[in-house]
Design a protein around this ligand. Structure first.
Ligand code: ATP
Length: 297
């Protein structure tokens, strides 16, 4: 990921710049949720239907507004059927995060189509579209507030039982209940400092509570300690169940379990298939990457 400063091309881009700078995709997502009407002012989608979770990219091309001369995605085609796990892999700068930003409508595509359940994402009411998606970023930043507030973010009217259950399923209950104030414990600067794995489990609990049809997962590159790692992986398995997951994947174990792997190179999908299919390609990019790059946990 390269951070490009200086020229800002609108609010969406500014947020994305901040996102790149702080690595806090989720917080940015939240900010965007608060101001949906400003982002795509010229495209007021109206569809309010509950989303099932079929995702299709058709001949998608894209350039960032600040670097119009560079095509970051070129003729990208793929589909994710409801419930599938799709792993995006490829070298740094290939365009993996860009695909997730486009699906979340942080930017408008240059040409092509992105469809959700067969309809253009730009025809959906933006709040409804994002309300059906959750993102679990690499590095979760929680806002200063209680654990309860952080979990309930995607569903402010959640009951205590719902919050408790989400925390339980996310493998967060043990550590939350270890604090004297439990769910009322403050996090952040004025409260307890949570480990990376604990923060991820809070984000997973938040996503479980929101119950989205589409999940975007940016897998951590740096590994957590192995116990925390196991708890996070387990919680992610629960979270992915019954949803469409688009995973920016770095772990071989995740990639092996994917229904489909998309290999991105320089903005193009160069290979597509299961782990075994791609390992069978002579001199394949995936085969090379997989030998060199993926972490083995
Ligand atoms: P990584 O694995 O390092 O996160 P990636 O595959 O996710 O990389 P992207 O972050 O999607 O790659 O970046 C694709 C290309 O777009 C890169 O050349 C990058 O420099 C460029 N890019 C990313 N964000 C912006 C932005 N906000 N403005 C301009 N160019 C950008």
């Amino acid at each position: 990921t390269t951070f490009i400063g200086a020229s800002f091309g609108g609010i969406a881009e500014m947020y994305a710049q901040i996102q790149k700078a702080v690595g806090a995709t989720e917080r940015v997502f939240e900010l965007l949720e608060e101001t949906p009407e400003e982002i795509n002012a010229n495209k007021k989608g109206v569809i309010l239907e509950k989303i099932k979770g079929n995702v299709t990219f058709k001949n998608v091309a894209f350039s960032y507004p600040s670097r119009k001369e560079i095509e970051v995605l070129k003729d990208v085609n793929f589909s994710a059927d409801f419930g599938q796990k799709i792993a995006l892999v490829g070298p740094s700068g290939a365009g993996k995060s860009t695909i997730s930003s486009l699906l979340l409508r942080f930017y408008d595509i240059t040409s092509g189509e992105i469809l959700v359940d067969g309809k253009s994402i730009y025809d959906y009411d933006l709040e409804n579209l994002r309300g059906n998606m959750s993102i679990v970023p690499q590095d979760v930043i929680l806002f200063g507030g209680t654990i309860r507030e952080n979990i309930a973010y995607g569903k402010p009217d959640a009951t205590d039982e719902e919050i408790f259950l989400a925390a339980k399923q996310a493998n967060a209950l043990n550590f939350v209940e270890g604090f004297p104030e439990k769910f009322e414990t403050l996090v952040g600067e004025r409260g307890v400092k949570l480990s990376g794995g604990q923060r991820q489990r809070i984000a997973i609990a938040r996503a479980l509570l929101k119950n989205p049809s589409i999940l975007i997962l940016d897998e951590a590159t740096s590994s957590l300690d192995s116990e925390s790692e196991k708890l996070v992986q387990e919680a992610l398995e629960v979270l992915m169940e019954g949803r469409t997951s688009i995973i920016i994947a770095h772990r071989l174990s995740t990639i092996r379990k994917a229904d489909k792997i998309l290999v991105l190179d320089n903005g193009k999908i160069t290979e597509e298939g299961t782990h075994q299919e791609l390992m069978n390609l002579e001199n394949g990019i995936y085969k090379n990457l997989s030998n060199l790059q993926f972490s083995n946990s």
